[in-house]
Design a protein around this ligand. Structure first.
Ligand code: ATP
Length: 355
């Protein structure tokens, strides 16, 4: 038996009936509902205000029921209702951001995955401690501008979607920059970005074994980031600046990618080490996580971020990906989550995948 993440009391609301899978109507909710439904679960969409009409356009992904809240933070007020419904919340990439980390931690409803990961993911220092402790290569960090010896990216703490990030070609360019809040100066890594979608199952005993369970690779994407991705058209950052446009990394969409097959050993090794370290630090990650990094021309993958829930890039693969098709044709991340709930329930091991 693995590590119990949820107490008996927390799981009591699930009783013996069939649980429902619930999430906030945003981000990857269509995929989550679609996958849950394919596995035979009831689905509940938590909507801020009236549900968006576009759900009507997708009958296979429309939740069976909508519950409304005036603001995402007020989801706490729905806890009793969700418990009555036997709901399990599937948090996605925007869930914690919208609901807030405190409200999320305090939510008295069973949640898929380990909530303890939030403390390690949302703090850039702790995230670095975790990843470097796992032996994962990250972009160098400069304590002072004086140490800078090449291109850098300046990141604000708590920035959402790379908002306001600043790129400086060198130390001189950095000297002209006036930061507007707490930030870190990081090596700007030249290479190709990959966002790798992993799933860690503590229950599964086959495949690529890590800890007591196994690690699966379900897909990869690259993000379209307005308007930095337009740079190649204008030639250089200066050209954008001359036009009075500040480069930003605001994500507007995603494109599918695959890696050279010879790079897969490195990618799996990174995923495995991150999971192993998470088990030592806080009882382990469960379910989807995304390793976000840059492959350099020396073919070294440098990780700048980890997202520890389902990321929106998985929306590309509602019908499977070039990787998940090699495990099971048509398997999406949303369906994989539902499948884990089903397997844990059958084995009487929900406490190991819910918190
Ligand atoms: P999100 O919350 O959406 O994940 P964030 O605000 O945490 O974004 P990051 O994910 O760290 O920001 O970075 C945003 C974007 O900036 C990345 O997708 C990537 O394009 C670029 N980026 C980040 N770090 C580096 C780096 N060290 N070198 C080059 N580009 C980088």
């Amino acid at each position: 038996m693995g590590i119990a993440l949820a107490s008996e009391e927390r799981l009591a609301s699930l009783g013996t009936g069939e649980p429902a899978l619930a999430t906030l109507c945003s981000h990857s909710s269509l995929q989550i509902f679609h996958g849950a439904r394919a596995e035979g679960f009831r689905t509940i969409g938590i909507s801020v205000g009236a549900p968006h009409r576009f759900y009507e356009a997708f009958p296979k992904a429309r939740p069976d029921e909508f519950l409304q809240v005036p603001a995402a933070r007020e989801i706490v007020g729905l806890a009793e209702r969700l418990r009555r419904e036997g709901a399990i919340i599937v948090p996605h990439g925007s869930f914690v951001e919208y609901v807030g980390p405190e409200a999320f931690q305090a939510l008295e409803v069973p949640v898929f995955g380990n909530r303890a990961v939030i403390g390690w993911e949302s703090d850039r220092e702790k995230e670095r401690q975790w990843l470097e402790g796992a032996g994962v290569r990250m972009p160098r960090r400069f304590e002072t501008a004086g140490e800078v010896d090449g291109p850098v990216i300046v990141k604000y703490y708590g920035a959402k979607g790379g908002k306001g990030f600043y790129l400086a070609k060198n130390r001189e360019a950095l000297a002209t920059f006036r930061p507007s809040g707490p930030h870190v100066i990081q090596e700007y890594v030249l290479g190709t970005r990959y966002y790798v979608h992993f799933f860690y199952s503590p229950l599964h005993r086959d495949g690529y074994r890590v800890g007591e369970g196994s690690l699966e690779l379900l897909g990869m994407d690259r993000r379209d980031e307005a308007n930095i991705d337009e740079l190649y058209k204008l030639g250089a950052q200066e050209e954008l600046l001359k036009a009075g446009i500040r480069p930003t990394f605001v994500v507007t969409g995603n494109v599918p990618v695959v890696l050279r097959e010879s790079l897969l050993p490195q990618i799996f090794e990174i995923g495995a080490r991150i999971v192993e370290r998470s088990i030592e630090l806080f009882g382990g990650m469960v379910g989807p996580f995304c390793v976000e990094g840059i492959m350099t021309e020396e073919l070294e993958f440098k990780v700048f971020e980890i997202s520890t829930r389902i990321v929106a890039g998985t929306n590309l693969f509602v019908n499977g990906s070039p990787y998940s098709d090699l495990t099971e044709p048509g398997l999406s991340m949303g369906r994989r989550i539902a499948r884990e709930v089903r397997a844990a329930r059958r084995a009487g091991r929900l406490a190991e995948i819910l918190s």
